[in-house]
Design a protein around this ligand. Structure first.
Ligand code: HEM
Ligand code: HEM
Length: 229
């Protein structure tokens, strides 16, 4: 293993050690949140009918499950976007060094640095965004930042096989996490948004499984394409 190899595995290591455990916790609380909401509805219906002479029913799960899901969910959004940025940073930096961009095309270096900075800053703004307009703006900006970074030289996009591409899965999953954070107030307000949230995040969950498979494959493939020492 060369130093470059060790730097390359920083991204998968962060994903495995920090992001996937967070996904597990978020999904655990998501199931409990749903279960509790259904238990509450069932209890309400039962109690409204007069409880058939029995004591009033209460949901078995504690009311904190929703708050726990959201708290860890907020962390998950930052973690997924962060891990994507680390995944993009390695191939982009490598391509910039190989093309001697600092002496040949210095604007490109500043542009890439500005894009990383703007993506992080605008996502931070989304955490503090107040009105709907601010939430729309700070959803679009970090998502655009990720896409623009993904278009830089060096990123292995596998566009001819987009349906099994680690890059496309990663960008879509990151944008879905940003969207979950953006629509947070709407999820509480309406059942339709709650259903949209569930549908989008079931897709995100499949993409996360896909990331595990395509990421492990890409590590292997990069190893195969490496020139012998
Ligand atoms: C893998 C990712 C995720 C999955 C699979 C998921 C799934 C779910 C499910 C099943 C529910 C319960 C819906 C119901 O009541 O029937 C829920 C609720 C909710 N989720 Fe997520 N979610 C994910 C990530 C996130 C993220 C990243 C956020 C925001 C930062 C978020 C915010 C919320 C909110 C605000 C609720 C309502 C909580 C409540 O009723 O107390 N979720 N989610
Ligand atoms: C939350 C899960 C993950 C997300 C969102 C994610 C996202 C990304 C993104 C956006 C890139 C840059 C585009 C590309 O080169 O494909 C990337 C690169 C990469 N990822 Fe992941 N990834 C995740 C998990 C993993 C895992 C679990 C592994 C390995 C076991 C992995 C291995 C790689 C490799 C080898 C690269 C290529 C780096 C290079 O070009 O040198 N990723 N990832």
């Amino acid at each position: 293993m060369t130093t470059a190899d060790w730097i390359r595995i920083v991204h998968p290591a962060i994903a495995v050690a920090f992001v996937y455990p967070l996904i597990g916790i978020v999904v655990h609380y998501a199931l409990q949140t749903r279960q509790r909401r259904l238990q509450l509805a069932e209890a309400k219906a039962h109690n409204a009918e007069g409880g058939s002479g029995t004591a009033p029913k209460k949901p078995k799960l504690p009311p904190t499950v929703g708050a726990e899901h959201v708290q860890i969910g907020r962390w998950l959004t930052g973690a997924v976007v962060g891990v994507s940025l680390v995944g993009l940073a390695y191939p982009i930096t490598k391509a910039l060094i190989q093309s001697q961009a600092w002496s040949q095309d210095r604007f490109k270096v500043f542009f890439v640095l500005a894009m990383f900075g703007l993506t992080i800053a605008t996502l931070a703004c989304l955490y503090r965004a107040q009105g709907q307009l601010q939430r729309i703006a700070f959803t679009t900006l970090p998502s655009a930042g990720l896409i623009i970074l993904g278009l830089q030289d060096g990123v292995f996009r596998r566009t001819n096989e987009w349906f099994i591409s680690h890059y496309y899965y990663g960008i879509v999953a990151s944008v879905l996490m940003i969207t979950s954070l953006a629509i947070l107030p709407e999820i509480y307000r309406s059942l339709t948004w709650r259903r949209i949230h569930i549908a989008l995040n079931c897709l995100a969950l499949l993409l996360f499984v896909g990331q595990g498979i395509t990421g492990a494959r890409d590590l292997f493939e990069i190893g195969l394409y490496m020139p012998p020492p």
